[in-house]
Write a protein that binds this ligand. Sequence first.
Ligand code: NAD
Ligand code: UDP
Length: 318
Amino acid sequence: MDNMRVLVTGGAGFVGSHLCERLLGQGHDVVCLDNFFTGSRENVRRLVGNSHFELVRHDVNQPIIVEVDRIFHLACPASPIHYQRNPVRTIRTCVQGTLNVLEMAREIHARLLIASTSEVYGDPDQHPQTEEYWGHVNPIGPRACYDEGKRCAEALTVSYATQFATEIRIARIFNTFGPRMHKADGRVVTNFVVQALNNEPITLFGDGEQTRSFCYVDDTVSGLMKLMELNEDPGPVNIGNPREMTIREVAEMIAKLTGSTADIQSRPLPVDDPKRRCPDISKAKRLLDWEPQVRMEDGLVKVIEYMRAVLAADSVRS
Ligand code: NAD
Ligand code: UDP
């Protein structure tokens, strides 16, 4: 895409900070908007000072207008422990926050991409999940604030396209991992890497036979950027890695890569934990000419290196 002004909400978070970096690298002017709920200035520290980068502290639950050509709307806590900490706020961010961003897009005629999630499929009874699948979501369970919030965000977004001809794109992102995940986000890759580096027991929830499919953050960001620049709205598009693994396999892979000899410890499976998750990415392959390039093992090496540095810095401070 030609040089543009691009807004990234949630730009100081894990995925958002990588996206800001890539957009700057392509010569765009980037406005990063964040309230630092789960993200941090540290994540974008290297970008501050670049004359093409602006950092704005703002809560998307309050209206705002920033004059840009493109909006990537990522602002929302994403890990179960973060989004379940204040479920009402999570729903408000998904619904009111998305509404505010849609109003901005409508007002300034910007194209808007929203970061939706594989959680819209819930605990799926179709496998792998295609975009046509409507999902199997518990509307009153502990994950509902996020799952139903994101489903409502999709419904709102599609309604703006229908009613006001707002230009929209919907990315359904599957589990993404990489450097700058928050060390205490409770997500599986973070937990296992931190535990393994500390030589503490690895906490395996349930029997570990549940599956996920992990996409390295650089691949996810490429998918989001390609989807944004597609000329027409193709409807929701799955962005994820189709290599499906059991969580036990993930534990064993991380133990091997870190050299940890600590035990694997069983813990209860959280309520409504999806049993299987794997994207069907035929649509992304066909329309975006995109598919993940980074192997899980290679991505994990980078996460391990990153977390080792974070833990070392913590121990110097304490
Ligand atoms: P993250 O928590 O690292 O980033 C979210 C960012 O949004 C943070 O910087 C946070 O401070 C900010 N934020 C939260 N509420 C806000 C508000 N009200 N106003 C302004 N900023 C706010 O999470 P992430 O993993 O980078 O996820 C980014 C987006 O991608 C989220 O919308 C998430 O739902 C979606 N997603 C992520 C994954 C994944 O595996 N990482 C999977 C599916 C979907
Ligand atoms: N999980 C685990 N141990 C942990 C953290 C997570 O076994 O310390 C499991 C969790 O039960 C789930 C999978 O790993 O089956 C992925 O969990 P995560 O919270 O990373 O993402 P999500 O469930 O939202 O896909």
